[in-house]
Design a protein around this ligand. Structure first.
Ligand code: PEP
Ligand code: MG
Length: 324
């Protein structure tokens, strides 16, 4: 199998009936970057910046962050990198932001909520990103957005830093795109308003499923009861994909399901065309896509979405087996 993945590394992720899928990689440390070329990823769809903060004892200064982001961009050569601003809080605490014990950390003071309450942290990070991205295309997204106004406010912080650097005569990114993670269900009911504001969307299916099913993403007792490859979650993915396409804004799926071949197949069946996953999943997912006949799968899935079943995994697996 490994030999097949290697053979296909430089081939496009295209189905037998010519639907093209973009495969990107998730990363969080500089040492992840060489995997991009090795795996044949077209870029980094999710760079989790908090990992570098969690291995430090103090908040990294703007110069330290700038150097780090510049090295990441350099190692990506001309491929795109989507930087996600700090997603800490809850259980991923940084001692230097103030240890807190919250009864419901996943739903607590985390991610963009901290960024908006402590704008100096966000300002430092986006300044570092803007300086590191000088002369390149810079893509930044905010995690755990719950309301469109939060996105607008965070983007405002980024834009004011951008203006400040411009007034200082600094070299700026050639292009700047700002997006939101879609991982809190409330945003699903603001999709048109959200899509007017963002340049792109990224579906954090780990958190989105956790909050949709009200089931802790790390709890094995509830993990088997709910399935993202089921009518409820796939309908949501279908709706996001359609809304993104209608608005002309790219949508990337970037939770763990994007890296599981059967789940990725289901996501493609409901219209998603950009998937971001760990580097090791690119080979298997690409092999699945290159053997896939999408049209019959789309028809099958459209019918299955009306079923009252909890999971469609068995039906989709049968399709995969029958169709090679
Ligand atoms: C997600 O929630 O699906 C996601 C990609 O972000 P993280 O796993 O870092 O929360
Ligand atoms: Mg998340």
């Amino acid at each position: 199998r490994r030999a097949i993945y290697e053979q296909q590394r430089d081939l496009p992720a295209v189905t037998r009936d010519e639907a093209l899928v973009t495969l990107l990689m998730n990363a969080g440390l500089l040492v992840d970057m060489p995997h991009m070329a090795e795996a044949g990823a077209e870029g980094v769809g999710l760079y989790r910046t908090e990992l570098e903060f969690m291995v430090r004892a103090t908040f990294p200064r703007v110069e330290t962050q700038t150097e780090l982001y510049a090295r990441i961009l350099e190692s990506a050569e001309d491929r795109p990198v989507v930087f996600r601003t700090l997603d800490v809080g809850g259980d991923k605490t940084l001692p230097y932001i103030g240890e807190r014990h919250e009864p419901n950390p996943a739903m607590g003071w985390r991610a963009i909520r901290i960024a908006l309450d402590r704008p100096a942290l966000l300002r430092t990070q986006v300044r570092a990103l803007l300086i590191a991205g000088a002369g390149r295309d810079l893509k930044v997204m905010f995690p755990m957005v719950t309301d469109v106004t939060e996105f607008v406010e965070a983007r405002g912080v980024l834009e004011s830093e951008h203006d400040r650097l411009r007034r200082q005569g600094r070299n700026l990114p050639r292009g700047l795109e700002v997006g939101a993670m879609l991982e809190v269900p409330s945003l699903l009911f603001q999709l048109p308003a959200l899509l007017r504001e963002v340049d792109f969307l990224s579906i954090g299916s780990n958190d989105l499923a956790q909050f949709m099913f009200a089931a802790d993403r790390g709890n094995q007792l509830t993990g088997d009861r709910y399935d993202p490859v089921g009518p409820a979650f796939l309908r949501v993915l279908a709706e996001i994909a359609a809304a993104g396409r209608a608005a002309g804004k790219p949508v990337t799926l970037c939770g763990e399901m994007a890296g599981r071949p059967l789940d990725a197949m289901a996501a493609i069946a409901v219209g998603l065309r950009r998937l971001s996953m760990t580097a090791g999943s690119i080979g298997p997912v690409k092999a699945m896509i290159r053997s896939l006949e999408l049209r019959p799968l789309e028809r099958l899935t459209a019918d299955l979405l009306d079923r009252p079943d909890r999971s469609l995994r068995r039906d989709l697996k049968n399709f995969a087996v029958e169709n090679g």
